[in-house]
Design a protein around this ligand. Sequence first.
Ligand code: USQ
Length: 481
Amino acid sequence: MAHLLSTTCYLDVSSSNKLHFKSINQCSTPIPISFNMGISFSPLKKLSLQRKKSAQYVVRASAVSMSQEAKTQNDSGSQQSTDGASTRKKVMVIGGDGYCGWATALHLSNKGYEVSIVDNLIRRLFDHQLGLDSLTPISSIHNRIRRWKSLTGKDIQLFVGDICDFDFLAEAFKSFEPDAVVHFGEQRSAPYSMIDRSRAVFTQHNNVIGTLNVLFAIKEFREECHLVKLGTMGEYGTPNIDIEEGFITITHNGRTDTLPYPKQASSFYHLSKVHDSHNIAFTCKAWGIRATDLNQGVVYGVRTDETAMHEDLVNRLDYDAVFGTALNRFCVQAAVGHPLTVYGKGGQTRGYLDIRDTVQCVEIAIANPANPGEFRVFNQFTEQFSVNELAALVTKAGEKLGLEVKTISVPNPRVEAEEHYYNAKHTKLIELGLQPHLLSDSLLDSLLNFAVQYKDRVDTKQIMPSVSWKKIGAKPKTVAA
Ligand SMILES: O=c1ccn([C@@H]2O[C@H](COP(=O)(O)OP(=O)(O)O[C@H]3O[C@H](CS(=O)(=O)O)[C@@H](O)[C@H](O)[C@H]3O)[C@@H](O)[C@H]2O)c(=O)[nH]1
């Protein structure tokens, strides 16, 4: 994948005590500098130079001081250093411009963590390429970060670049020195991965190589760093037995072992996560990496405490057939009077969670890190629903708001069981303190109201699915999917 926009320039330290930013061949003693692009290219008030252990220098630009200093939330982001001093834990959020990543980056920043975002902004490019758009208008990442700073006084460093480019990732690691990396930076749509051969290959290359690079970066530059990786419940498929959290104890021919739970993913996207899990498990064993694989279910909702603070912080909400997920799509469909699109028989059952719980789960995982060499798996969802159950809930909530909601059965574009047993464990995050926001009437009301508020932005042509699991071919599909 193309390396879009990473920015490294060089500091000439030989000449004087003044700062000179130059290209590498202009320097007699070059020191690479990764810029916090979002902030450093706005009018700079002050530059501070810090010498790091690794002989790297980081330039921090204190952003233009804007209005209100926000209330400081209870800080869970601090840690004790060996000399007893309290320092802030540094968390790198890869994919921090996306739906889950943006909400998580702000939440962690609010909780007192020192946060950086690493993102190549390709999610925005997918929309341009396929002619899609978020229901909500979203600000550029640079404006988002500036606005966050103006509201809360908190800095978020930004590294724009592609983690498949190891040099870029290495510079970001050496400069930021993360204590934890949260990795959301993957192509996360099953339908996108099933559009055509090139999207299937892109998805697996981008996801598998990106994660491999993160593992190598941790090994090379930050071996104590805890990897918190977004996996998916879809790695397990829909087996006819209970789904455990990552591992299952099996007795076979009189011998017993605890083994990775069998994987039966059903899209090239879901399979990329399976491949990631194997690579992570192997490197935990071989190199002593500490990792938590968060097998997340389908996320719904849009507002978190932080993204609700200002319109520049509003999160994206996808309702199209490629990136939109079931419940969010149904709410938008209800708002515009489109029948709810239940695929096939509608008995497809999955784990679901509110985006406010996504951010809470990641925070919990970071605050309770895996041990060196440990590969932990948490099933990250709070409730199970079938597609038919979701449609019934949205119909009822819509009626309360005076919306007439109909449902249609759409021929299933996917290859998946439409009636099946589903019972997945999800106790480990609860044991660590997760307090779930269960799907309630009030949440459905507010999501529906939100959809009604933005309904003029809905392009109804994006609602019906046109990506077929069976018809995928090698011929590039360039029209809206
Ligand atoms: O209009 C729709 C949309 C979806 N579905 C059905 O709803 C279920 C869930 O589909 P989805 O599009 O909401 O979610 P999915 O493709 O599974 O992927 C999403 O949820 C995954 C978690 S899980 O589903 O694998 O547990 C994450 O990994 C992905 O990143 C995220 O995009 C499927 O059976 C699908 O056929 C419908 O019936 N009608």
